[in-house]
Design a protein around this ligand. Structure first.
Ligand code: PRP
Ligand code: URA
Length: 210
């Protein structure tokens, strides 16, 4: 089973509380999703390899450390994953972005694919799959299936703001090589497969569609 890292940082927990509050409006919700994604990106990149190089400062030569190793890619699951991309790209501007469009069928709760476009060299990149919500895990498992089977991706980390135990379990079973980074794992799913207590429908709250 991959590592499940729950980020307990006070800033993240405070911001997550803003997302949970039903009185938080679209503008603030969208901004806070971005802020959380930036802090999660900071943690997700903590162990990236670096190498020493020499540069000239205005004063002398300095030995400095710069990122080395695999190039990076961010793959948001549409729609809600889009809310996490801009603030991550601000931190890692050379990352390429792939998109996977999936929505949950309202009756079956199973993911339906409607879009997929990846950078050509995605198989060699360290991929961060991003989606605010990991509920049943159906969408994320399907997205990672596509990345592995159709694009040959080998290095995948999952960033979800909020998860249900069922989703964590589903990813661990289907993709035991994938580490998961979350800010909280909630109690359960309800009969409509929404996370409880959760924060509602992330896509609707980011884009104001309800
Ligand atoms: C939400 C969410 C995840 C998915 C999680 O998307 O953003 O992608 O549900 O549920 P799961 O773990 O049970 O698959 P949704 O299907 O509502 O689509 P949207 O982002 O377009 O609103
Ligand atoms: N998708 C959401 O946006 N919220 C949930 O609670 C479950 C799935």
């Amino acid at each position: 089973m991959g590592k499940v890292q729950i980020l307990e940082h006070p800033l993240l927990q405070h911001k997550l509380a803003r997302l949970r509050d039903k009185n938080t409006g679209v503008k603030e919700f969208r901004e806070v999703v971005g802020e959380i994604a930036a802090l999660m990106c900071y943690e997700a990149t903590r162990n990236l390899p670096t190498e020493e190089v020499e540069i000239e400062t205005p004063v002398s030569v300095a030995k400095v450390r710069v990122l080395a190793g695999k190039k990076l890619a961010i793959v948001p699951i549409l729609r809600a994953g889009l809310g996490m991309v801009d603030s991550m790209i601000a931190l890692i501007p050379s990352a390429k972005i792939g998109h996977i469009g999936l929505y949950r069928d309202p009756e079956t709760h199973l993911p339906v694919q409607y879009y997929c476009k990846m950078p050509p060299d995605i198989s060699e990149r360290q991929v961060f799959v991003v989606d605010p919500m990991l509920a049943t895990g159906g969408s994320v498992v399907a997205a990672i299936d596509i990345l592995k089977k159709e694009y040959g991706c080998k290095y995948i980390t999952l960033l979800n703001i909020l998860a249900a135990p069922e989703g964590v379990q589903a990813v661990a079973e289907a993709h035991p090589d994938v580490d998961i980074i979350v800010t909280a794992v909630d109690e359960k799913l309800n009969d409509h497969k929404y996370i409880v207590p959760g924060l509602g429908d992330a896509g609707d709250r980011i884009f104001g569609t309800k």
